[in-house]
Design a protein around this ligand. Structure first.
Ligand code: XMP
Length: 507
């Protein structure tokens, strides 16, 4: 049975980070809304209570029933979680007590406490709290303090319950990893057997049981998530999976052909649909960015729907949805607040059941699973590419000729990054075709042609980004190559804007 740790989410910005740290310990975990503990689940080996933007003293503070959890599973309360445990047991949490934001030094009082094994004294920990526990019930044993907060860490006598005021999950907590590791391995006794290989084995078995002989259709994008989802499903149900890869005319240079060839090598059953004309027709005269996205999104749904209907007896639609999308879709009260990205609306329209084999994985875990499945490093390490493709990098109206110019310019940029070992040093890169012309001179002739902007950014999740400091010599040679080889371009500029305030894509 799959062992797991349940993280009850009280709305902290760090909840996802706790999950990542636990998974880094090769231990599977799931984040659940604070009041949705999965009591029927048999594999639970421990529970973590997250932090929260609320104070336990707020009238609207989030409450959960711990009576079925405490004493039954090892329990670790972090920040609000620790305060909540104290508050609901007759302790006192004072909103006017000591506040601490940032680094503090923790002094341990009990070296034999299993949560603290291997943690250095005066270890730097990260604090972020306005409240503090000023009085603990009798059964609470104080095991650590900082200069300002006496009850910075405690355990409850007679049970496997701990509370820590600091955030062991954040990078700045020097020995935070050790504290979490102690909880997961020494207290919850995790077998630490959650690995890409074990994920693949259990997921393939689950998919077989769930899908039986049913037929499944999946939209491939050429990106990591949909590819890994497809390879997993292929392993589970083979030819009952049909993948559809649509050429919307907005892919990169020769991408349709090369990605299709790659998929064929992987043994996937893929239909490549050339729908370029459909998209170019629909995009005629469309200049407004949001309208463009809508037209491209609708074009995709129409083509996919049309092609999927030609297939017989399809029962399921597979998607490469990953964990951050799922978590973002749930508020802590369990309400859907944001629908899934590029194929939103498809399952309802097509009346298909949804299967999402990656819905519990983080992006880096998807990559690890992909590697384990034997997918090529080039594909696993590909930069993100937006669903609407070059459509949002051709400013103004999209025409086949503009697509040709941008594909070629982008190709020289990306190939240059690869050839100079810079590709993996930037998070995302691409060329943009600007809706202006400028004067130039080539040979003895005056030219009046297009301007290409190059964009390369460093980021971890695309939410914020800084422009990449690519070497000037490299930028110079790419600029030369583009101007010399791409017909219709006589000027190249480099985008030196960070996000915020500028977005990564120009439209
Ligand atoms: P922005 O431009 O918002 O982009 O800074 C952040 C990241 O999201 C990608 N992006 C998209 N991805 N569909 C997608 O699948 C879209 O409509 C879309 N718009 C932006 C962008 O490439 C970057 O990685």
């Amino acid at each position: 049975m799959q062992e797991k740790i349940i993280i009850l989410d009280f709305g902290s910005q760090y909840t996802q980070l706790i999950a990542r740290r636990v998974r880094e310990l090769n231990t599977y975990c799931e984040i659940k809304p604070y009041n949705k503990f999965p009591h029927e689940d048999k594999g639970i080996i421990g529970v973590i209570l997250s932090g929260s933007p609320y104070s336990v003293n707020d009238p609207e503070a989030l409450q959960c029933d711990l009576s079925q959890i405490r004493g039954r599973y090892p329990l670790l309360g972090i920040c609000y979680g620790a305060q909540y445990l104290a508050h609901t047991n007759g302790g006192k949490v004072a909103s006017n007590g000591s506040r601490e934001y940032g680094k503090a030094e923790l002094v341990w009082h009990d070296d034999s406490d299993p949560l603290m094994h291997g943690v250095s004294d005066n270890s730097v920990v990260w604090m972020s709290h306005g409240d503090s526990i000023t009085h603990t019930p009798e059964s609470f044993v104080n095991v650590g303090s900082t200069a300002d907060v006496k009850n910075a860490a405690y355990r409850i006598d007679g049970e496997l319950t701990w509370g820590v005021q600091f955030h062991p999950e954040v990078y700045h907590s020097q020995d935070g990893k050790i504290v979490l590791s102690n909880f997961v391995t020494e207290i919850c006794h995790s077998r630490q057997d959650w690995t890409p290989a074990s994920f693949i084995e259990s997921t393939v078995n689950e998919l077989r049981a769930k899908l039986g002989d049913d037929k499944v259709v999946l939209a491939l994008s050429g990106g990591v998530d949909s590819t890994v989802a497809a390879v997993l499903l292929n392993k589970a149900i083979g030819k009952n999976l049909t993948c559809i890869f649509v050429d919307n005319g907005l892919l990169r240079y020769k991408e349709f052909e090369s990605v299709l060839a790659n998929y064929a090598d992987m043994g996937l059953n893929v239909l490549g649909i050339d729908a370029r004309d459909h998209f170019y027709e629909a995009l005629k005269g469309v200049t407004e960015p949001e309208k463009k996205r809508k037209v491209i999104g609708k074009g995709f749904i129409d083509i996919f729907d049309r092609e999927a209907h030609k297939l017989k007896d399809i029962k399921w639609l597979a998607q490469g949805t990953i964990y951050p999308d799922v978590i973002e879709s749930l508020s802590i009260t369990g309400m859907v607040i944001k629908s899934h990205h590029n194929v939103g609306g498809l399952p309802e329209k097509m009346n298909l059941k949804l299967v999402e084999p990656l819905r519990l994985l983080f992006k880096d875990e998807v990559r690890r699973v992909g590697r384990e499945l034997g997918i090529t490093p080039q594909l696993i390490g590909r930069h993100p590419f937006p669903g609407p493709g070059l459509g949002v990098r051709i400013l103004g109206e999209v025409t086949p000729e503009k697509v040709r110019i941008l594909q070629e310019a982008d190709h020289f940029f990306i190939q240059g990054l690869i050839d100079n070992n810079l590709y993996d040093q930037v998070w995302q890169a691409g060329a943009i075709l600007l809706p202006i012309r400028s004067v130039g001179v080539m040979g003895d002739e005056r030219t009046y042609e297009n301007v290409i902007a190059l964009r390369a950014v460093n980021s971890t999740d695309g939410m914020t980004a800084t422009w990449s400091h690519l070497p000037f010599d490299f930028l110079g040679s790419v600029s030369n190559e583009i101007i010399n080889k791409v017909r219709g371009v006589n000027r190249v500029v480099y985008d030196i804007s960070s996000k915020p305030p500028s977005t990564i894509e120009w439209e």
